[in-house]
Design a protein around this ligand. Structure first.
Ligand SMILES: *Cc1c(COP(=O)(O)O)cnc(C)c1O
Length: 388
């Protein structure tokens, strides 16, 4: 039986997959089982931040595998300590809880917000405001938090305690931010929701109102974080630091990891026994994360991300089929005039280019290490398809 048949026989069909078996990757290119090569503008949904099998990253991960692959969180490991220290230093946060995915990082943030409020104000202040069109994950709590009706089917009952506000609508926010609310959760750039950047005025209003009422701000930076937008955190573009920030996707260069970062306000909320994860802070993931941070901290790295983001944008805006280009840094949404994003993604695959979609847009999350030549080569394919 071939791979696709085996999959269909034994793996639950929860994804619409392309008929393509990925076999190997190097740099910003990967190959399928037939040896066909692809330029990667998707990074495995923003996870492979340093591209495929980056040498220093792979060396760090392999060395850790051969030293200590895992130890329970009843013990300490040096690699988790070092990663946490560097992540705090680069992000400006005080304390971290490590999990294994974005949804878990958001679950952690939701628990912290509710307990912070309960500890200080008692019951009845458990509501969390999330935005229409947001995406926060696939667990029951994070689906409940997600502000899109399409995610609120089949799995009833969903968790109560989430109130949706229309993004960029300050009046709606003011009307709903009452004394039952403990937190406002937002993505600075809504990823799955269509690569939509929040207005600065709206973000300013969220922070001002929350500060007034001791309501926490939770920034879901699972997709926008760790250099994706050209700054370490997307909040830096807005001059804002959330009380809680969640990271995942690109944080460990393609190894599963999620992190929930808190500042002073929330650093003491969790006490022994109130939260946990068997694999959280796994040494292999931390070694991968350290390699990612080392690269991001290297001289001029984020300047290069910003320069390359400009290159993408200026080239795309010249294309006659492109209506507009949204997003921030190397998180790019492309609105099309007449073509369908799904058709473009399929055509790109045939031509040896991987792209993503988000709602009706073509979405690009290229590896942060992509070169100018690879950008030009990939864009030539994409623009050719768009102008066909
Ligand atoms: C991908 C994503 C998640 C979910 O992350 P998983 O690792 O799939 O659980 C949550 N929030 C945002 C903003 C995301 O982009």
């Amino acid at each position: 039986m071939n791979t696709i048949d085996k999959f269909n026989e034994h793996i639950m069909q929860s994804y619409g997959r392309y008929p393509l078996v990925m076999e190997q990757g190097e740099g910003r290119r990967c190959k399928d089982e037939n040896g066909k090569e692809y330029i990667d503008f998707g990074s495995g949904i923003g996870t492979n931040s340093l591209g495929y099998c980056d040498e220093k990253w792979a060396d760090a991960v392999c060395a850790q595998v051969r030293t200590l692959q895992h130890s329970s969180n009843y013990y300490y490991t040096a690699v988790q300590a070092e990663f946490a220290e560097k992540l705090c230093a680069v992000s400006g946060y005080k304390k971290i809880f490590f999990g294994n995915s974005g949804a878990e990082a958001n679950e952690c943030a939701i628990k912290i917000a509710r307990k912070y409020s309960f500890d200080k104000y008692g019951k009845g202040r458990h509501n969390i405001i999330t935005l229409v069109n947001s995406f926060h994950g696939r667990t029951i709590a994070t689906l409940s938090a997600t502000g899109q009706d399409v995610f609120h089917n089949y799995f009833f009952p969903f968790l109560e305690g989430f109130i949706n506000v229309t993004a960029n609508d300050v009046a709606d926010l003011k009307a709903k931010l009452d004394d039952t609310v403990c937190a406002v959760m937002l993505e600075y750039v809504q990823g799955e929701g269509g690569v939509m950047k929040l207005d600065k005025e709206f973000v300013d209003a969220v922070y001002a109102l929350c500060a007034e009422k001791d309501v926490l701000v939770i920034a879901d930076e699972v997709q926008t974080g760790v250099g994706r937008t050209g700054k370490f955190l997307a909040g830096d573009h807005y001059g804002k630091k959330a009380d809680i920030t969640t990271l995942a996707k690109g944080i460990a260069g393609g190894i599963p990891m999620g992190a929930c970062l808190v500042g002073e306000k929330c650093e003491g909320v969790f006490t022994p026994g109130t939260h946990g994860s068997t694999f959280g802070g796994n040494p292999i993931a931390c070694a991968g994360g350290l390699a990612v941070l080392d690269r991001l901290n290297s001289e001029g790295f984020l300047d290069e991300v910003n320069r390359k983001a400009e290159l993408f944008r200026s080239e795309l805006e010249k294309c006659s089929e492109v209506e507009s280009v949204s997003g921030l840094g190397l998180m790019i949404g492309i609105s099309l005039k007449s073509k369908k994003a799904g058709d473009v993604a399929k055509a790109a695959l045939d031509r040896g280019l991987l792209v993503l979609t988000a709602k009706e847009k073509v979405r690009l999350l290229p590896p942060l290490t992509i070169s100018d030549e690879e950008i030009k080569e990939g864009l030539a394919i994409l623009i050719d398809i768009l102008e066909e």
